[in-house]
Design a protein around this ligand. Structure first.
Ligand SMILES: Cc1ncc(COP(=O)(O)O)c(C=O)c1O
Length: 374
């Protein structure tokens, strides 16, 4: 039997459930309760609260820096991944004839922000999948000297495909474009070397075991020292002219320059605790565990004759196994009645997603397989 890497008893609601829905939402760590309590105590301490909250931001930044193999200065926390992508879209100055390269199966937040600039003559170029697979050569074919951004998910929420980040980074760096990586389905389950990208965003409420309200925003300060934030408030400047020169300011040198106001401190307290668990368990062990369990699911789903969207090679997938089926909602609900949680249709499109993470064991997989047989 394959044991969980982190005991189910550490989470809320896993007693009699096979929770295979990490690609949507992960269950809450019980220890988050103490963390929320700590936040409430800290917040109640008047001006000292701000110093305590700022300390927590820095602590959490350091842990993100470790997880993403970058420096803490290059990390800040925005409200969600979509906001991070929009920061890039609105932070760049667009010229007629510029283009952005995206994949057709990308999450809408990776595609829609760029359409705002179409009226300026900016083109959104769409790479088409082949059998649900996004091919590096098809990305390469759309990049030209006017490509400003190539944006893609490290692991696809829709197909489960993991891209070869090193290879894509090499491709994009040989052009004039920036690589904007959405690591939402990778962070917390496989190693992510964010320094291979120019900007990286990640939600925290899925594989990272955190909650909504805080998302990781990484900007490669070495490659983009002068990247200007599109939104300004009291928090972006390191120096402000005060009432005498109220419009004068100097931007912070670090990624915090993208944060106009207060961060979602309570979510960052929770993220800090979540990162402790992930870093302690070890991202390489988590990757191996998730791949082993999802590999078992893959083989069974294939044997049932469903149309698999996820490639089988370990290097081309992570914790998601996605497949097409008819009557998706019926299947999802039937599994739920048997206490097996998976994720259903996306935006009305017929795909099911089964996700394996560090709290799953082989019994969860067997329960899912038994339930799917029916
Ligand atoms: C690839 C990807 N990015 C981002 C998100 C979530 O974005 P946000 O943090 O803006 O809610 C999701 C949610 O499903 C996703 O699949």
């Amino acid at each position: 039997m394959i044991q969980p890497l982190l005991a189910k008893s550490e989470f809320i609601g896993l007693e009699n459930i096979a929770h295979l829905a990490a690609g949507g939402e992960t269950p809450m760590l019980k220890s988050h309760r103490q963390v929320i309590d700590q936040f409430m105590i800290d917040k109640s301490r008047g001006e000292e609260a701000r110093a305590l909250e700022a300390d927590m931001v820095e602590l959490t930044r350091d842990k993100c820096a470790r997880l993403f193999s970058v420096s803490a200065e290059e990390i800040t926390f925005l409200s969600n991944a979509s906001e991070g992508i929009n920061n890039v879209a609105y932070g760049l100055e667009w010229q007629k004839g510029d283009n952005i390269v995206v994949a057709d199966v990308e999450f809408p937040s990776g595609i829609l922000p760029w359409t705002r600039f179409e009226n300026l003559g900016v083109e959104v170029r769409v790479v088409r999948h082949k059998n649900w697979f996004i091919d590096r050569d098809d990305i390469a074919a759309l990049i030209d000297e006017r490509t400003r951004v190539v944006t893609i998910s490290h692991v696809s929420m829709f197909t489960g495909q993991r891209i070869d980040l090193e290879s894509l980074s090499g491709l994009v760096r040989s052009s004039n474009a920036l690589l904007l990586l959405d690591a939402t389905h990778a962070a917390g389950v496989i190693p992510v070397d964010a320094s291979l990208a120019d900007i990286m965003v990640s939600s925290c409420y899925k594989w990272l075991l955190g909650v909504h309200g805080a998302a990781v925003f990484y900007v490669n300060c070495e490659r983009l020292p002068d990247f200007r934030p599109p939104f300004l408030g009291w928090n972006n400047p390191i120096k402000h002219g005060g009432w005498e020169k109220p419009t004068e300011f100097t931007l912070q040198p670090s990624a915090h320059k993208f944060q106009p106001g207060n961060a979602a401190f309570i979510s960052i307290y929770i993220l800090n605790n979540a990162l402790d668990h992930i870093l302690k368990t070890g991202i390489n062990s988590i990757e191996q565990h998730a791949l082993t369990l999802s590999g078992m699911i893959f083989e069974f789903v294939e044997s049932l004759g469903f149309e698999l969207m996820t490639p089988f090679e370990d290097s081309q997938r992570a914790g998601n196994v996605c497949f097409m089926a008819e009557k998706i909602e019926d299947i999802r609900q039937a599994l739920e009645r048997q206490h097996v949680l998976i994720w259903g249709a996306y935006a009305g499109f017929g795909r099911l997603r089964i996700s394996t993470h560090l709290y799953n064991d082989s019994i969860d997989v067997e329960r899912c397989i038994e339930a799917l047989k029916e």
